[in-house]
Design a binder for this molecule. Structure first.
Ligand SMILES: Cc1ncc(COP(=O)(O)O)c(C=O)c1O
Length: 363
């Protein structure tokens, strides 16, 4: 028996997140080749890591970059380095930092918070009161707004308002590559107005793991140093860096995920029981409140019939499309949705229908 146990995949379609995207053949071979090499001992000294840092700088047009194991680590380290402990973070109330990373932020940086309500593609800061020395935190694409893209113009407008008040601008660009491919604007144009930006190499790009921040060299070094102190950096880093470096050559492949998301959304929307968002990128939000199903209940039913997804707030589930979902799957996915609303569906019968529940905040 090999060291990797054989097990049937739990889901026919695993749409819980793009972090489950398998690596492409070239990413997998880059990782295997690096794993067979000796990694450099020192911190930020491995030539593959340095090549990855240079590539991130070039793509985002920033002077410095550092690698982190996850985007959560990258975000929190970046905000610590920006001095969040003594500043106010101004952010959309449904952004990933607020909904998923808040506990870590509070634990490590204890920033003051001020929130606003963002809508798809637009930032309205008119409700924010002026705080000297705040940090405006943006997210592109925006996870909870269904993978919505923030254009370079809109990012610039928000950044100008921030700069006029003396604020810094931080961009959580975990899916910035998706925003770039969907909008046709370069990653550098989308990241330009931000002082510091984070990006991921996994998610749709399919590296096994890894993230980075890019921006001012002193701040980037301070973020990496803060994370080194808590044992959170990657060392040796050649394997994780090789995956990231190869994945960055495949940004344009994200187009296929977006196309599949559009096809699946259109096919599910033909079923009257479901309300479906029109995806700009690889994320589709579906609601079945018309059937009295909460997001949690709908996710449970779909789980039983082989479709993995996450409840997303009280009413919705989130479907995330990625390389692991074969092209042409949209009709099959819609068929699964059709199956769960048919009267004799065992999955629907077996489900007690909980009242619309509170937000699960799990993605
Ligand atoms: C917008 C956004 N930022 C940050 C993260 C955190 O990424 P990681 O899982 O690498 O910590 C996620 C995860 O999905 C995300 O959607």
């Amino acid at each position: 028996m090999g060291i990797i146990p054989d097990s049937a995949p739990k889901f026919r379609f695993d749409l819980r997140s793009d972090i489950v995207a398998p690596p492409s053949a070239s990413v997998a071979s880059a990782v295997i080749a690096a794993a067979g090499r000796h990694g450099e001992f020192g911190w930020r000294s491995d030539p593959i890591e340095q090549a990855l840092e240079r590539k991130v700088c070039q793509l985002l047009d920033k002077p410095a970059a550092a690698i982190f194991p996850t985007c959560t680590a990258a975000n929190i380290a970046a905000l610590v380095a920006l001095g969040a402990a003594s500043r106010t973070l101004i952010m959309d109330r449904s952004c990933h930092l607020m909904t998923n990373e808040r506990a870590g932020l509070d634990w490590i940086a204890r920033p003051r918070l001020q929130t606003f309500a963002q809508t798809v593609g637009s930032i309205d800061l008119s409700t924010c009161h002026d705080e000297p020395d705040a940090i405006l935190c943006l997210e592109n694409t925006h996870n909870r707004l269904g993978g919505a893209v923030l254009s370079a113009d809109e990012t610039n407008r928000a950044a100008q308002r921030a700069k006029a008040s003396g604020w810094s601008v931080f961009l959580d660009g975990s899916r910035l590559w998706n925003a770039s491919v969907a909008s046709g604007e370069s990653p550098a144009a989308l990241a330009g107005p931000a002082d510091l930006v984070s990006v991921s190499f996994n998610k749709g790009l399919g590296a096994p793991n890894g993230a980075a921040i890019a921006g001012n060299p002193d701040i980037v070094a301070a973020a990496a140093e803060a994370w080194r102190r808590v044992g959170g950096i990657c060392r040796p880093s050649h394997v994780i860096s090789a995956g990231g470096l190869a994945a960055l050559d495949e940004i344009q492949c994200l187009k296929q995920d977006h196309e599949l998301a559009r096809e699946a959304a259109a096919a599910i929307a033909e079923l009257p029981a479901f309300t479906v968002t029109r995806p700009q990128t690889n994320i589709v939000l579906v609601s079945a409140v018309g059937l009295g199903l909460s997001g949690e209940a709908l996710a449970t039913v779909l789980d039983r019939v082989g479709l993995g997804c996450l409840p997303f707030g009280p009413q919705h589930i989130r479907l995330v499309f990625h390389r692991g979902i074969p092209a042409g799957s949209a009709p099959l996915i819609a068929e699964i949705f059709r199956g769960i609303v048919s009267d004799d569906s065992p999955a629907t019968r077996a489900t007690s229908r909980p009242a619309i529940a509170s937000d699960a905040n799990r993605a």
